[in-house]
Design a protein around this ligand. Structure first.
Ligand SMILES: [Fe+2]
Ligand SMILES: [Fe+2]
Length: 192
C-alpha cells in the first residue's frame, strides 16, 4: 500500500475505534450497554471526530480524490459522493456537538430523536470509510508514480511542517479507547 494510503487507513482505524466507543456510550441511554452514559466522553469523542478529519484527514483525501477523478476509469459517482460526504459529515458532527453540549448544560438524557441521529451518524461514518477503502484500491491500481508525486507535492504544500507538528501534538494527547464496550473514556486530554 502506498504510504499515503497507509496513513489515511490508520486514521480510519482510529476513527472506527472512536465510533465504536461512541456507539456503545450512546447505547447506554436506552439500556443496551450497562452503566450510565457519560456525556463528557461522548463530547470528547465528537471533539476528535470534528477536529481531526476536518483539519488533517479530509483535505488530504480531497487532494487524492481530485487526482483520481482525472483517470478515465475512475468511479466518478463514488468520488463525488465521498467528497460530498465530507461536508455532510462535518455538518452532522457540528450538530451533535451542539446537541450534547446543550444536554450537558441541562444535565438531561438524550431523547429518542438524538439517539436516532447518533445511529444515523455512526452508520454514515462507517459506510463513508468503506466507500473510501474501495477508492483507495482504485488509486493503488490507477495512479502512476508521477501522479503520486504530484499528489504528495500538493499535500506537502497544504500540510506544512507547522501543521504536521500541530497534528502530531494533537495525537500525542489522545488516549485510545481500550475496546468498544470499555467504559474507559476516549478523551482528548486537553478537554479534561
Ligand atoms: Fe473521507
Ligand atoms: Fe477517510
Amino acid at each position: 500500500m502506498h504510504p499515503m494510503l497507509s496513513r489515511l487507513e490508520s486514521d480510519h482505524q482510529r476513527m472506527l475505534k472512536m465510533l465504536y466507543t461512541l456507539n456503545a456510550e450512546v447505547s447506554k441511554f436506552y439500556g443496551l450497554h450497562r452503566g450510565k452514559a457519560d456525556v463528557d466522553t461522548i463530547l470528547s469523542i465528537l471533539d476528535y471526530i470534528q477536529v481531526y478529519p476536518e483539519k488533517w484527514h479530509h483535505p488530504i483525501e480531497d487532494i487524492l480524490f481530485a487526482h483520481l477523478a482525472q483517470h478515465p476509469l475512475a468511479d466518478q459517482h463514488a468520488i463525488a459522493e465521498v467528497q460530498r460526504d465530507h461536508q455532510r459529515l462535518e455538518a452532522l458532527s457540528d450538530r451533535l456537538v451542539q446537541i450534547f453540549g446543550e444536554l450537558r448544560l441541562a444535565q438531561s438524557k438524550a431523547g429518542l430523536s438524538v439517539i436516532r441521529l447518533c445511529k444515523h451518524y455512526y452508520t454514515r461514518q462507517i459506510s463513508h470509510i468503506h466507500d473510501e477503502r474501495r477508492l483507495f484500491l482504485d488509486a493503488e491500481k490507477m495512479l502512476t508514480a508521477d501522479q503520486w508525486q504530484r499528489i504528495e507535492d500538493e499535500i506537502e504544500h497544504y500540510l506544512d511542517q507547522e501543521a504536521i507538528d500541530e497534528r502530531d501534538a494533537y495525537l500525542a494527547l489522545l488516549r485510545q479507547p481500550q475496546s468498544a464496550s470499555s467504559t474507559a473514556t476516549t478523551v482528548h486530554e486537553s478537554r479534561k
